[in-house]
Design a protein around this ligand. Structure first.
Ligand code: ATP
Ligand code: MG
Length: 433
C-alpha cells in the first residue's frame, strides 16, 4: 500500500458537515458587508517578505517568530505566506492608485498563516474576515466599523456585551506615543528585575508591546505602568470621545481598556477588540483599529485608514460553545429511483425542479442499477430532505411521480412529470432569500 500523506500540523481540512457552518458564516458576513457598502477584495496569499517586515514592524510576534517565509527557488526572492490581511490590502491600494478618486470601504475573506503552537482556536492556517476603510480620517468610520461588527454578532445570534464584549482604547498619535514611551521605559527600567526575556529584549525597541504580555508574573507590574491615555492631547481625546459617543448612542456596550495595544506596530488612535471568556486563552475573536501611518510607511501617498480582522475558526468555536447552529442545509427533495425507470425522464424532471430553485439530491445508481427501495429511503431520511420524489417505472410510464413528505407527515401525492416547473414551488422548504 502506498504511504498515506497527511495535512501539515495546524492546517485543517474543512469538510461537510462542518463546511456548511463556514458557508453560512460567509453568507452572513457578505450580507452585512453589503448593508454597509463594503466591496470585496482579493489579494495574493504570497507577498514579498519585506511587506510584512516594513508594514507590521520588526519587533512584533508575527515578524519575529510567526511568519512562513521562504526563498523562491527560481530567483531567490524572499517571500512570505501572508500572516494577516492589512499589509497586502495596503500594498494593493498603493500599487493600483486605488484612492485616486477618494476613500474606499473594502473587505476580504481568506486564509492566513502563522507559525504558532497549534491548539484550540489557534492554528497555523486560519481564516480571517477583514474590513479596511481607506482614505477617511474621521471617527465616524471607526465607529461604523465597530457597529458593523456588532451587527454581525447580532445577525449570527450572539449576544453583544455577553457572548462577546467590546474593549476599546486610543493609542493617540506618534508624538504622544513617544512621550509615553520615554516615561514607560523609565518605569520598566526601575522594575528591571521583574522583566522576562521577551520584555528585556523589547525594553528599548518596543516597550509598548510589553504591556501586551501574557506572562502572569508581570501582570501586577504592568498594571502600574504609565498609561498612554494620560499622554494624549486634545485632538486624540476628542477623536476617542466621538467614537465612544456613537457607541453610547447606538447602545453598543464597551469597556475602555487602557492596556489594549494590539500586536502590530501600525495602529494609532482607536484600537478595539471583541473578546469572549468562552474560548480559554484564545479569547480575542476580532481586533482592529486605525492605522493612519501605514500607507505612507509602505510608500503610498499619505492617507488615513482603519480596519479590523476577525478569526473565523474562533468565531465558529464560539457559536458552537453557545449553541448557535447554522440553518439547515438539507436539500428540499431526495430522488428515489426504482429499477427499470428511464433515467432520462428522472434527470430531466429534477432539472426542471432545480431550474425553479428546488434543491434535489439524486441517489446515484451503482453499476448494477439502483439500490433497493428500502436502502434508498434510508438515505432520503438521512439527507434531511423534506420530500422524497419517488420515480417508479409504472408511474413514470403514466407521466407521474410520487411525492412523499418525509418530515412533516402528510399524505403521499402524485404529480405530473411534464408540469414539474409548475408545482416546484410546493417543494421549497424555505422561502428563497
Ligand atoms: P492572539 O493575541 O490571540 O495571538 P492576535 O492579536 O495575534 O491574536 P490579530 O493579528 O489581531 O490576532 O488577528 C485578528 C484575529 O485573527 C484574532 O483576533 C483572532 O481571532 C484571529 N487569529 C489570530 N491568530 C490566529 C491563529 N493562529 N489561529 C486562529 N485564529 C487566529
Ligand atoms: Mg497572535
Amino acid at each position: 500500500m502506498a504511504e498515506i500523506l497527511k495535512a501539515i500540523k495546524g492546517m485543517n481540512d474543512i469538510l461537510p458537515p462542518e463546511s456548511a457552518r463556514w458557508e453560512w458564516l460567509e453568507d452572513v458576513v457578505r450580507k452585512v458587508m453589503r448593508r454597509y457598502g463594503y466591496q470585496n477584495m482579493r489579494t495574493p496569499i504570497v507577498e514579498p517578505t519585506a511587506l510584512f517586515v516594513r508594514g507590521l514592524g520588526e519587533v512584533t510576534d508575527i515578524v519575529e517568530k510567526e511568519m512562513y517565509s521562504f526563498e523562491d527557488s527560481l530567483n531567490g526572492d524572499k517571500l512570505t505566506l501572508r500572516p494577516e490581511g492589512t499589509a497586502g490590502s495596503v500594498r494593493a491600494i498603493i500599487e493600483h492608485n486605488f484612492l485616486y478618486e477618494g476613500g474606499k470601504r473594502l473587505y476580504y475573506i481568506g486564509p492566513m498563516f502563522r507559525h504558532e503552537r497549534p491548539q484550540k482556536g489557534r492554528y497555523r492556517q486560519f481564516h480571517q474576515v477583514g474590513a479596511e476603510v481607506l482614505g477617511f480620517a474621521g471617527p465616524d468610520v471607526d465607529a461604523e466599523l465597530i457597529l458593523m461588527t456588532a451587527a454581525l454578532w447580532r445577525d449570527l445570534g450572539l449576544k453583544v456585551g455577553h457572548d462577546v464584549v467590546l474593549q476599546i482604547n486610543s493609542l493617540g498619535q506618534p508624538d504622544e506615543r513617544k512621550a509615553h514611551r520615554a516615561a514607560l521605559i523609565t518605569y520598566l527600567e526601575s522594575h528591571a528585575e521583574l522583566l522576562d526575556e521577551d520584555a528585556r529584549r523589547r525594553l528599548h525597541t518596543n516597550p509598548l508591546r510589553i504591556l501586551d504580555t501574557k506572562n502572569p508574573a508581570m501582570q501586577a507590574m504592568v498594571e502600574g505602568a504609565p498609561k498612554l491615555i494620560d499622554f494624549l492631547g486634545e485632538a486624540s481625546l476628542a477623536h476617542f470621545a466621538a467614537v465612544k459617543h456613537v457607541l453610547d448612542a447606538a447602545g453598543v456596550p464597551y469597556q475602555v481598556n487602557t492596556r489594549l495595544v494590539r500586536g502590530m506596530d501600525y495602529y494609532n488612535l482607536t484600537v478595539f477588540e471583541w473578546v469572549t471568556d468562552k474560548l480559554g486563552a484564545q479569547g480575542t475573536v476580532c481586533g482592529g483599529g486605525r492605522y493612519d501611518g501605514l500607507i505612507e510607511q509602505l510608500g503610498g501617498k499619505p492617507a488615513p485608514a482603519v480596519g479590523w480582522g476577525l478569526g473565523m475558526e474562533r468565531l465558529l468555536l464560539l457559536l458552537q460553545e453557545v449553541g448557535i447552529e447554522a440553518p439547515s442545509s438539507a436539500p428540499d427533495a431526495f430522488a428515489v429511483v426504482f429499477n427499470g425507470t428511464p433515467l432520462s425522464t428522472v434527470l430531466t424532471t429534477i432539472e426542471a425542479l432545480r431550474a425553479k430553485g428546488v434543491s434535489v439530491v439524486l441517489n446515484p445508481a451503482g453499476k448494477d442499477g439502483p439500490a433497493s427501495p428500502k436502502s434508498q429511503f434510508k438515505k432520503a431520511d438521512a439527507s434531511g430532505a423534506r420530500y422524497a420524489l419517488i420515480f417508479g417505472p409504472d408511474e413514470v410510464a403514466q407521466g407521474q411521480v410520487a411525492i412523499k413528505p418525509l418530515r412533516d407527515g402528510g399524505e403521499q401525492v402524485s404529480r405530473s412529470l411534464a408540469g414539474a416547473g409548475d408545482w416546484a414551488a410546493s417543494l421549497l422548504s424555505a422561502p428563497q432569500s
